[in-house]
Structure formats: structure tokens, C-alpha cells
Design a binder for this molecule. Structure first.
Ligand SMILES: [Zn+2]
Length: 247
């Protein structure tokens, strides 16, 4: 009866095989084979993959499943930590806004420390490649003394564009966390999805929506002020056509 307490029929079979004798053992060996050939409908993939090399103890099975899971997603999924680093990316985004730049900020984190940070500087530098992510990635590579940003997580307030996703893939960054989506040119699902394209030799684990409202508010506030300023300039030009030297 106790066997029914096990969620997994394979596990119960393994346990009983190890702890029973005689005919009961034979019957349970049969049950083990049956369990392997007909896995639970919702069994995790790790379990199916490992079916042919089960250890003789439940503990071994559990550890192999855990290892398999770790291989799929080696990243730290601590939401609180993600919000903390996204807050740092927002600090960078605000710095861009103060310069009159589209407010996007990014930080690169390794082992819980920020090793690169940047904000959009396209207007200031007259360089189309100076997106927040590119600057943060360059700084992180310099800090590590390597172009391979292994074990790093990139936090950025806005869904990356194709250029930045290209850089993320080339830098072998295993994890990306972004705030709000960019429905116009986003390359992580909105328009393109470079994070899961099998033609690349690198996959990026993605977490999205971290402080998305704050990230989005910063951008929409910036564009609202930009539109208001443009409208004011147009009105002034109509009221005083002679004073159009600023255009
Ligand atoms: Zn970009």
C-alpha cells in the first residue's frame, strides 16, 4: 500500500526492487520494466531521457533529474535579485533621459556583481551602435578581459533590437532579463526572436517583464515630453515666423 505514496511509479518500483525478495522481487522487476516503457503522461523530459540508466536508488534518480534541469537552465531565477539589478538598469536609463537620449539602460552582472553598465548614447555620440546593451557588454568584456561573457546576465530596460541581440549571442551571454517589450523592433519575440533561433549556435534564456511598468513609464514619459516640445516649437514658429533660427 505504501507504494502508492510515491508520485512516480518508477521510483516505487526501484525502491521495492531493492527492498523485497523472491517472487515479489520478480513481480516488481516486471513492474519496473512496465514503468519505464510506459512513463507517466506528465513525466518531465529528464525522466524520460534517463529512463535507460536509472540508478538503483531513488536518490540517484533524483540527482540525475536535477542535473538535467540544471543543464537546461543554469541561471539564477531569483526574482528579487532580478528587480534589484533592473533598478540599476533604470538608473542608467534615467541618465540617458537627462541627456535627451531615448531612456534605455543596461547592466551586465556576474556572480552577483555589476561588471558593466551603460545607457543609450546614440544622439550624444552620433554613433548608431551606442545602444545601452552594447556599451554595457563592451565594459563587461573589458572587466573580464575576455569577449566571452560566460556566466553573465544582461539586464536591460527595453527588449533588445537585432544589433544588441546579435552582440548578446556573439558574447555568449547565457541569460537576458528585460523590462518592457518593443513592439516596433524587438528581437526577443516582438518582431524577431533571436533568443531561440536554432540557426545560431547559442541560446539565450530570457526573463521578461521585470519592472516593466517602470521601464515603460520612463519611455512613454520621455516621448510625451518630446512631442509636447515639438508641438510648442511649431506653435511658436506659427506665432512668430521670423524667429525660426533654431530650425
Ligand atoms: Zn539595440
Amino acid at each position: 500500500m505504501w507504494a502508492t505514496e510515491w508520485a512516480n511509479p518508477s521510483l516505487s518500483a526501484i525502491y521495492m526492487t531493492k527492498n523485497s525478495a523472491g517472487s515479489a522481487k520478480k513481480a516488481l522487476t516486471k513492474k519496473l520494466k512496465s514503468a519505464i516503457s510506459t512513463p507517466r503522461k506528465h513525466a518531465p523530459l529528464a525522466q524520460l531521457d534517463r529512463a535507460s540508466d536509472y540508478g538503483s536508488e531513488g536518490r540517484e534518480f533524483e540527482s540525475s533529474a536535477a542535473r538535467h534541469f540544471t543543464n537546461i537552465d543554469p541561471v539564477d531565477l531569483d526574482r528579487k535579485q532580478d528587480r534589484g539589478f533592473m533598478q540599476e538598469a533604470l538608473v542608467e536609463a534615467s541618465a540617458a533621459a537627462r541627456l535627451g537620449e531615448v531612456p534605455v539602460g543596461a547592466v551586465v552582472v556576474k556572480d552577483g556583481e555589476i561588471i558593466g553598465r551603460g545607457h543609450n548614447l546614440r544622439e550624444t555620440s552620433n554613433d548608431p551602435t551606442t545602444h545601452a546593451e552594447m556599451i554595457a557588454i563592451r565594459q563587461a568584456a573589458e572587466t573580464l578581459g575576455s569577449w566571452r561573457l560566460i556566466g553573465c546576465t544582461l539586464y536591460v530596460t527595453l527588449e533588445p533590437c537585432v544589433m544588441c541581440m546579435g552582440a548578446i549571442i556573439l558574447a555568449r551571454i547565457p541569460r537576458l532579463v528585460f523590462g518592457c517589450r518593443d513592439p516596433r523592433v524587438g528581437a526577443v519575440g516582438s518582431v524577431f526572436d533571436f533568443s531561440r533561433d536554432e540557426r545560431f549556435n547559442h541560446r539565450v534564456a530570457v526573463t521578461e517583464g521585470v519592472l516593466d511598468q517602470e521601464c515603460s513609464d520612463l519611455l512613454s514619459g520621455f516621448f510625451r515630453r518630446l512631442r509636447a516640445a515639438k508641438k510648442q516649437r511649431r506653435q511658436q514658429a506659427v506665432e512668430d515666423p521670423a524667429d525660426d533660427s533654431s530650425e
